[in-house]
Design a protein around this ligand. Sequence first.
Ligand code: CP
Length: 303
Amino acid sequence: MITHITTAAKFSKEDIKAIFSLSEKIKSQKFNKKLLAGKVMATLFYEPSTRTRLSFESAMIRLGGSVISTENASEFSSAVKGETLEDTIRIVHSYADVIVLRHFSKGASEIASKISAVPIVNAGDGAGEHPTQALLDLFTICENKNINGLKIAMVGDLKFGRTIHSLLKLLSLYKDVEVKLVAPNLLGLPSSLKLELSQKGLHLEESENLKDSLFRSDVLYMTRVQKERFTSEKEYKKYFGKYILTKELARKMKKDAIIMHPLPRVNEIAPEVDKDPRAFYFMQAKNGLFVRMALLSWIFHKS
Ligand code: CP
C-alpha cells in the first residue's frame, strides 16, 4: 500500500509515536546513513520555500538517497506551457520514488495522490494544510512540554494559516488540550474545521486579544498574515502588524512557556525576543530536518 501524506488527519497516535521515536534517534545521530540509498525524491514546489524544501532535500541526502528538484515549478516546469498538475505527476512518478509537493491550490496533493504510483507528501497546499510542519511542531512541543493537558495560544491568520490547520488536527488526538485561537474576526479559523475539531473533543476558545491570551499559555504559537492569499494589498494591510510579540509582552508569559512560529516571520515576533530562552522557533525549524528524515524512513518502511 502507498503511504500518501496529504493531511495531518492521516496520522494516528501510534504513527506519531513511531515517527518521533525515529526522530529522537536521528537527532542523536543514531541512524543508518545508507538507509535510503538508491531512492530518489522529487521536490515539486509551485510556491516559494526555504525550510520545507531544503530540509526535505537535506533529509534525503543524509539518508543516502538522491534528489531531483524544481524549486519554482510555476515558472521553470512545463506548467508554463499549460501542463496540468495531473499530467506532471503522471510524468514525475516515473522518475522518483517519492514526490514532495507544494502547490498554491488547496487539495492539490489529494488530487496528486489519486494519480501517483509513489507516495505524495503535502508540503503545503494553498490555504489547506502543511502536515509535515505540524509533525515538527508537535515534536518540538513534546520535547519541552507534556502534551496531555497542554494550553496553547495560536495567534494570527488562522483562516489561511495552513500550519495551524494541520497542527490542530494533530492536537485533537491528545487529552485535555486547550486551544486559545487569537485572530481578527475575519481571519478566524474556518467554521468547518472548528466543527470537526470540536467533534473530536478539542477544547477551542476564541479571542481577538493577544495580551489576555499570554498568561495561561504553555505554548505561544505565532503566525504571519498570509499576504499571498489576499486579493488586494489594501485588505492585507488591514491586518498586518495587528499582533506583535515584543519583549515587554513576553514578560506577561509563563516562565516556562515556549514561543513558536513556523517561520518565515515578518514582524510578528520582534527580533529582541530571539534572545529570550523561551524562544524556540529556530530550534523548531532545525527539528524539521530530523523529523523529515524520520518521516521519509517511515514512509519507505511502510510502503
Ligand atoms: N514553515 C515553512 O513552511 O517554511 P517555508 O515556506 O520556508 O518552507
